[in-house]
Design a protein. Structure first.
Lengths: 477, 199
């Protein structure tokens, strides 16, 4: 996309846009004569006034030219006009593009966190058409010190302040009048720019994304259906072969199709009863059954007291996938105890409110938090990871000193919609890690003597098991 | 004899079903000796039976009114002549940002270690909104809006007291974070934020 020439003032920008997209003099001069545009004209810096004035002087001719197109005189006028316009554009695009570029940088640095260039409300009002609402002097005063403007009893300012829940804008005393003009130039330019292609791209993106998302599942079901059909066909063919074969074996060529089926079933029955009479096969079947049942029983017995895969439904459908995955909020932000003590902590409602005091307030799940706070009723989260009382575990020890990542024990929490216990949490699982893990002794004077003592006995690096990681009383006391 | 065999295999079958059938995400499965698993003392985050004494039947209780947090007991920072004593118990009203700006100064000495700690704490508690370089472009900021750029003119000169007070009590759209980060940690974050302000 070519960069649009950008000018300081709303109607110049509009003019350039019009010029590019089927320029009509009529509209342009209607805009110039327009009373709204007139006060703006006075604010145009001197160097830009010349081309505009030239255009203004020729306006009568332009009007003629637009109506009498075949006239030779108007043709010359048209080329003159084009020259003047080109001249004006040269002025405008060269100097003013810089202004708006500077304005863009200023806007992104200072304003964009609370204001949109469109009419959309973000935190503060959208800035589209700001020049029509307020004059430059007022805007400068406001930006430099909103508090003073409100305190002065300015009607518009007070209304604005009350409309936005009495949240006062940050003062920017560093922004001079020229800076603010540049920012306004940028706002006007972005609103004048044709938004159609961008909107089209945005609209197209989700639909194409949706297609790729749904494609595999649709394909999968087609394949499944096709496989089913093939299997049915194979079954039919097999059955046909069986019938033919049994016909050939019995040699009853004159039998009807119904009789054929019956004879096949009869032989099958006879064969089965013969097989079931066989003592070897009977014993083998019984043993197979006993072994399979025995294995299932043992597997089941070994799972007593192990809650791997436990993923209870929580009172509020909080998604770790959204918070920790998509928004990359650090685990510590909510589980504040993980570095300080035994428990990682379930966050209290005030931590939820750090964001949800302001966003997604209408969601029914978030409403549950508000209800809980208003009624002083604790949210009863269901505990997922539970160690038996006779085993001691401390988060701070493992996370601070051991520098173990949360995911090592808890799995990929950032991908879980509902949290699930991924590790077995058995003693074997603990011990296994204690045997394998090397102690990080670097730059830690506490371990110096232990390391030198360990070196006398072994060539292996110091592991957790070597410093008491297998002692019963470390965890059971 | 034959009946016994059938009975035994039948029992085995039932037992195997009983053990395997509980592949349910909502159930913790069987426990071998619950009275060894469940705590006798009051555990704050395990609620086996309803507590008969406390409010809401919970083991957890709110501290008594007027309780003073003892995590602020560390009072000396730095060593030698540059050592600073600070109780880090501040009673500045949440609306008195200007007082905090004038009165508070960072007692934690600014050195490489502090900045390293500050960065780690910043990543934990601030990064997702304020972004890697404090430009207000973290992943949450896109949704939350209104997160400022530390480097912008209005923010790049904000002092110790201001930043500390805002972390503690919040400002504008930012809510108070005092419950999550201790005063000492907050001062370390302040050092790191100063670094980000300079860019």
């Amino acid at each position: 996309m070519t960069k649009l020439p950008i000018c300081q003032n709303n109607f110049i920008t509009q003019f350039i846009v019009n010029f590019r997209n089927n320029f009509s003099y009529k509209t342009f001069f209607r805009d110039i004569i327009n009373t709204n545009a007139a006060p703006n004209y006075r604010k145009i810096p001197l160097q830009y006034q010349i081309p505009i004035l030239l255009l203004w002087r020729e306006k009568a001719n332009f009007f003629n030219m637009n109506t009498v197109k075949t006239n030779l005189h108007s043709k010359t006028m048209r080329s003159t006009a084009k020259l003047i316009v080109a001249f004006g554009l040269l002025f405008c695009t060269q100097t003013m593009a810089q202004d708006a570029a500077a304005g863009e940088a200023l806007f992104k640095n200072n304003c964009s966190s609370c204001h949109a260039v469109t009419g959309e409300r973000v935190i503060g009002p959208g800035l589209k058409g700001i020049t029509a609402r307020r004059d430059l002097a007022w805007i400068v005063k406001w930006v430099n010190n909103p508090q003073a403007v409100i305190a002065s009893g300015d009607k518009y300012a007070v209304e604005l302040y009350n409309k936005y829940n009495q949240a006062q804008m940050t003062a920017y005393p560093g922004l001079k009048e020229a800076d603010i003009s540049n920012i306004i130039a940028y706002i006007d330019a972005s609103n004048a720019a044709p938004a159609a292609p961008a909107a089209g791209a945005v609209a197209a993106a989700p639909s194409s994304g949706g297609a790729t998302d749904s494609a595999p599942s649709a394909l999968f079901s087609y394949i499944l259906v096709a496989l089913m059909v093939v299997m049915l066909l194979v079954l039919g063919v097999l059955f046909a072969i069986l019938t033919i074969l049994s016909k050939a074996v019995t040699g009853n060529a004159a039998a009807t199709s119904a009789a054929n089926g019956a004879s096949f079933m009869d032989t099958l029955k006879a064969n089965l009863s013969k097989v079931s009479q066989n003592p070897t096969i009977r014993t083998a079947t019984v043993w197979l059954f006993i072994l399979l049942a025995g294995k299932a029983t043992l597997d089941g017995a070994f799972n007593i007291g192990i809650s791997q895969g436990y993923a209870p439904k929580q009172p509020i459908a909080f998604s770790h996938k959204l918070h920790a995955g998509q928004y990359e909020i650090n685990c510590n932000y909510c589980h504040t105890g993980v570095n300080r003590g035994k428990s990682a902590h379930i966050p209290s409602a005030n931590i939820c409110m750090n964001c949800h005091g302001a966003i997604k307030r209408e969601s029914p799940e978030i409403q549950k938090i508000y209800a809980s706070i208003e009624n002083q009723q604790p949210i009863e989260w269901v505990r997922v990871h539970n160690l038996p009382d006779h085993a001691y575990f401390n988060h701070a020890q493992h996370v601070n000193v051991g520098a173990i990542e949360c995911t090592q024990c808890h799995g990929e929490i950032e991908k879980m919609e509902v949290v699930q216990q991924r590790s077995t949490l058995t003693m074997g699982w603990c011990i296994d890690c204690h045997r394998k893990t090397e102690v990080n002794t670097k730059d830690n004077a506490y371990y110096d003597k232990l390391v030198s003592a360990h070196k006398l006995e072994s060539k292996e690096p110091l592991k957790v098991a070597n410093i008491g990681g297998l002692e019963c009383s470390k965890c059971h006391y | 004899m034959k009946n016994n065999k059938i009975l035994a295999s039948g029992l085995l079958f039932l037992l195997s079903i009983a053990f395997t059938a509980c592949d349910n995400h909502d159930s913790t499965g069987y426990e071998y000796a619950p009275n060894m698993y469940h705590p006798v003392g009051y555990e704050p985050l395990s609620q086996i039976d309803s507590n008969r004494i406390n409010q809401y039947g919970m083991n957890m209780r709110l501290p008594v009114d007027g309780t003073i947090s003892r995590r602020n007991y560390k009072t000396r920072f730095g060593s030698g002549d540059s050592a600073v004593a600070d109780l880090m118990v501040y009673n500045i009203n949440k609306d008195s940002l200007r007082i905090a700006e004038r009165v508070l100064s960072n007692p934690v000495p600014n050195n490489e270690k502090t900045l390293e700690d500050g960065k780690e704490l910043y990543v934990r508690y601030c990064w997702h909104c304020h972004g890697e370089n404090g430009e207000g472009n973290g992943p949450v900021a896109e949704k939350y809006k209104g997160v400022p750029n530390y480097k912008s003119d209005a923010y790049k000169n904000m002092n110790d007291g201001h930043i500390f007070h805002v972390i503690t009590h919040g400002k504008g759209r930012m809510w108070p974070h005092g419950s999550q980060v201790s005063p000492e940690e907050r001062w370390k974050i302040v050092h790191y934020v100063h670094k980000l302000q300079q860019g």
